[in-house]
Design a protein. Structure first.
Length: 128
């Protein structure tokens, strides 16, 4: 298995950037489109847990938008072969003294579906 093929990193980076733009813009349709809508999808949020695409969609319809001042730090994309990747990043905003951590597992689910988030975890901790 080849790790970090440049063309695969570029594809995942583009998908991650699209998700991040949608997140900051509160573009629920795009965020939902980038999550795998399947019962196996899991999202662990800061104060909530969703199991399954439908639970994620329902939660997203009712959650507060992320702060517009959100800034990413130390984003790491690692690809495994041509169809699986992880994205890890830290984030801050003007609205909290905490530092956020976000991890996503991405999978390419065929040509018609493209890259999708299949698992995600978000947490906050005090800044070091």
């Amino acid at each position: 298995m080849e790790i970090n093929l440049p063309e695969v990193i570029a594809e995942v980076c583009a998908a991650f950037v699209a998700y991040e733009r949608a997140l900051v813009a509160n573009d629920i349709e795009t965020m939902n489109a980038l999550f795998w809508n399947a019962s196996e999808t899991v999202r662990y949020g800061i104060a909530e847990i969703q199991h399954g695409g439908e639970a994620i969609r329902e939660w997203r319809e009712n959650c507060a938008p992320v702060p517009a001042s959100r800034m990413l730090h130390r984003t790491v994309i690692t690809t495994f072969g041509t169809d699986f990747a992880t994205v890890s990043t830290e984030f801050t905003s003007d609205e909290t003294p905490l530092i956020g951590r976000q991890m996503q597992s991405w999978a390419r689910l065929g040509p018609a579906n493209g890259w999708k988030i299949v698992a995600a975890h978000v947490s906050l901790i005090p800044k070091p």
